[in-house]
Design a protein. Structure first.
Length: 286
């Protein structure tokens, strides 16, 4: 996999775009993946299971495949606020969507194409939806899998005043296991328990400067999720005009079936729209 570094929306900080060139030339639009809230592209779309990954599979089928690491993740630079405790929130969707636009413009220039296929997972799905609503002329198709949606919970919103979150690999894997419904078999691939945690740990350059074995990632997504849960949305599905596919696992609790259906209904101006239901939970790609 090739790692391409370009300027981010913040001076002196660079974002990383993971790239796999097509094995055969198809002439189709390039693909851009957007990861979720706690781990980078190499641990999701680029993570190899049974000797392949989603990115690798698409490249073998003629697609020019790219995956963005948001600032604070993977091969991208870290926010200065992540190096020591700060109360500044970094990495929210409205902010990182500026880097999505930079990545899209870079990819279009590299490939000579005028549009992309945009794929986003979980919180990254909401970033993809926001980006597609802003860049209507540059997104041919939008794929939202396990994308979080706006709700209207009555509970009090959590007040988040920290710049980063921390989890050890064991904690993160256990959190993924906990998404398995009671009485159902865990559907995580074997490689998650073999090497995923160690790769995630090595992806964080800040661990070397800390006695804490936990991986740091921006707190912005947690604030976004709290807002969405309490009816404060930052993307408008009505502004999405691209052909849109919603993918969700039948065991997923957020988004559940009603959430996905409401999102589907709200896509009033999409060129076309469909829902694909899989026998999975939230971590569809691993």
């Amino acid at each position: 996999m090739e790692i391409l570094k370009i300027k981010s929306h913040i001076p002196k900080l660079k974002i990383a775009i993971n790239h796999i060139a097509p094995k055969v030339i198809s002439g189709d639009y390039p693909v851009l993946f957007l990861h979720g809230s706690s781990f980078p592209s190499s641990l999701s779309f680029g993570f190899e299971m049974s000797n392949t990954s989603w990115m690798k599979n698409l490249s073998e089928n003629g697609y020019d495949v790219y995956a963005l690491d948001f600032l604070g993740y993977g091969n991208s630079d870290r926010y200065p606020e992540m190096k020591k405790p700060s109360d500044k929130i970094v990495g929210r969707a409205a902010e990182v969507s500026l880097d999505v636009e930079k990545a899209i413009n870079f990819i279009l220039k590299e490939t000579g194409k005028n549009k992309i296929y945009l794929i986003g997972h979980s919180w990254g799905g909401s970033v993809a939806a926001l980006s597609a609503s802003k860049l209507q002329d540059k997104v041919e198709k939008l794929i939202l899998f396990a994308a979080i949606t706006v709700l209207n919970e009555n509970s009090e919103s959590e007040k988040i005043n920290r710049s980063f979150e921390e989890m050890t690999p064991i904690q993160r894997i256990n959190a993924m296991i906990s998404l398995t419904p009671q009485g159902k078999e865990c559907q995580l691939e074997p490689e998650i328990f073999e090497n995923w945690g160690e790769i995630w740990k090595k992806s964080d350059p800040l661990i070397a400067d800390s006695k804490n074995p936990a991986v740091r990632f921006p707190s912005g997504p947690s604030v976004d999720i709290e807002d969405l849960l309490h009816n404060k949305t930052y993307y408008d599905p009505k502004k999405i005009t691209a052909k849109t596919l919603i993918i969700r696992g039948e065991c997923d609790q957020y988004p559940n079936n009603n959430d996905a259906e409401n999102l589907f209904i709200s896509l009033e101006n999409a060129a076309s729209k469909n829902i694909l239901l899989l026998k999975k939970e939230h971590m569809l790609c691993i």
